[in-house]
Design a protein around this ligand. Structure first.
Ligand code: ADP
Ligand code: MG
Length: 225
């Protein structure tokens, strides 16, 4: 079991009153599963993804990742776990405008302290994986939305994480581009990555092997297809 959340709660304090963003979530995701998270706006999907991605911690509850309890790790240890195990594709990905696709993809490796030659080799490999090997030198403004999203996925892949998390990665794309991006995630799943994607689109969720429905900070349905 890669991911196990037990009775996870997340509370935000907004000017004195408490908001229950997650209100008792139990979720296990085995290695290699291809899972969609669906639910209305404000239901807690992004909060859940940030906790899964070790970008935030539960207020209460347990998160075991590859058998290790991560809720009590120091900030530095949590960040190290994230770098090693998780690739996160954010809703609002931002590529550096003056850098090529290849240079943008090397950025996570700079933070990981990898030498230049290896950075460029691995970035090129990641861009090949997402089907952008013909666009290595292009800058973000010379690419389509779909291509830019592929670069963001390459950035998430370049540290070779077991787990890929994506928060509405097709939200700003047209249907055709969305389908192409889903093909990329599908093939990552087939290569053995554990992939979890937040989506609003039932068409997209239908392509996955499991759909978890969230409402008011709770899991209300969990369909395995
Ligand atoms: P979703 O991604 O499903 O739209 P979120 O996880 O972003 O939902 O938000 C769930 C609830 O938690 C919402 O009521 C939201 O306003 C609140 N929330 C999320 N993040 C924060 C934050 N950083 N500070 C305060 N409230 C937050
Ligand atoms: Mg969200």
């Amino acid at each position: 079991m890669t991911i196990a959340l037990v009775d996870v709660r997340k509370t935000y304090n907004i000017s004195g009153s408490e908001v229950f963003a997650l209100d008792g979530v139990n979720l296990t995701i085995p290695t290699g599963e291809f899972t969609a998270i669906m639910g209305p706006a404000g239901s807690g999907k992004s909060t859940l993804m940030k906790i899964l991605g070790c970008l935030d911690r539960p207020t209460v509850g347990s998160y075991t990742l590859d058998g290790q309890e991560v809720t009590h790790l120091t900030d530095a240890a949590l960040a190290a776990t994230r770098k090693k195990k998780i690739g996160f594709v954010d809703q609002n990905f931002s590529l550096l405008p003056r850098m090529s696709a290849l240079q943008n993809t090397t950025i996570p490796l700079i933070y990981a302290g990898i030498g230049k030659e290896e950075r460029y080799e691995r970035a090129e490999q990641a861009l090949l994986t997402v089907g952008l090997d013909k666009c290595l030198r292009q800058r973000p403004n010379e690419m389509s939305d779909c291509q830019r999203q592929r670069v963001a996925i390459a950035q998430a892949l370049v540290n070779n994480p077991d787990i890929i998390l994506a928060d509405e990665p097709t939200g700003n794309l047209d249907t055709k581009a969305g389908d192409e991006i889903m093909d990329v995630f599908s093939s990552l799943s087939q290569q053995g990555h554990t992939v979890v994607i937040v989506t609003h689109a039932p068409d997209i969720a239908r392509r996955m092997c499991r759909v978890v429905h969230v409402r008011n900070g709770r899991i209300v349905r969990d369909d395995k297809i």
